[in-house]
Design a protein around this ligand. Sequence first.
Ligand code: AMP
Ligand code: MG
Length: 416
Amino acid sequence: MVEQHAATVSPTSTEVVDLLAGLGRVLSDQIVADRDFPPFRRATRDGYAVRASDLANIPARLEVVGEIKAGAAPASQTRTLAPGQAIGIMTGAPLPEGSDAVVMVEHTSAVDSAIEVTRSVKSGDNFVARGAEARAGQILLDRGHRLDPAAIAIAASVGKSRVQVYSKPRVAILSTGDELVETDISPGPTQIHNSNSYSLAAQVQNAGGEPVRLPIAPDEPMRLQALIDEGLGCDLLLLTGGVSMGKYDLVEQVLTGLQAEFYFTGVAIQPGKPAVLGSCGAGALARLLALHAKPAGGVMPAPQKKYFFGLPGNPVSTMVTFELFAKPMIEALAGQTPQPLIFPAANLKSEVRTKTGLKRFLPAILSGEFEKAEVELAPWQGSGDIAALARANCYIVIPPDRERIEAGEWVSLLMR
Ligand code: AMP
Ligand code: MG
């Protein structure tokens, strides 16, 4: 559902940044191999360049006629190895003409100016053929690729010290609730700090967006409406709180007043059931006011459609629903080629019991080494328990039809 809407959005501008500043950014230009990779037949072992046919019968004795180290002058490559000869060669050095394999130094012993080889090699052993990794002109990274450390290395390897990337989408974050106070204000006895604006801002940054934290919206329609309108000026608006069934949950009502269109107003998951996706024209409030001012005539230009998510206020619900729904939209706005969400699996350490009906995402602790991945539930007090996330490093995904999952079963995980 989100994917279908995400497919309709795209970034509007690009910029050029230093390669390392490109980490986490999305390429708006292709990265192309500037030459063959490797550009010469590259030794992958320290040893001797040989003709494999000279080693049909072993042990064999070969005359050592020189040495080639990595970065050696090109002439060393063009010198020709004659039958019965070997040339010392280092990892990363170019193979000389006439040779067709490298024998590892471990399988040789030096005897005066010759070597005795104790193991045969096949033609092609222990070097990479020119262009085997990539051909000159080949696309190594396409537009829409998000730069991770490996992609940074690829760009560096073709000599790019600057890269062209899409501009980051600006994502407005609006926390709602009369009980909230900003982080630097000391809360009254029944107030709490606004943590969702921070978790969301951090998640937006991780997803490749530029967070714009708006002031807290009270549970009061006029101020909420004004702040929603401000948020619609960004590329995407994330709201938290005020989307449940409570008397003061005003978000949907205010958005409806601004002529928003809703695509879903609830999801069969827990935590996160009340999550909402919709869209609304930017400048909705001005249009509404203009409409009241002169009800007849006056054609207004079609407003730019902006998506919004209304996420539930409970801190764990907010974080889970961001990962599941908002992240793919931000990635699309950032120009990233759509990526399926990946749910790795791990072995359940101890039995889990839940109620059926909703797909559940329960904070959990993933541990174990190498091929032994184990997971168990983290103790928690429900989706308001932000402190539980300090103990957890993932969520176990429980299918809606399972009441009980035995220890030893494989379960899917949502990573965070
Ligand atoms: P709501 O979705 O507005 O009904 O809020 C559900 C719960 O989440 C309530 O206990 C709120 O106090 C809490 N909550 C709502 N917004 C935030 C926020 N921005 N930061 C931390 N907790 C919040
Ligand atoms: Mg609320």
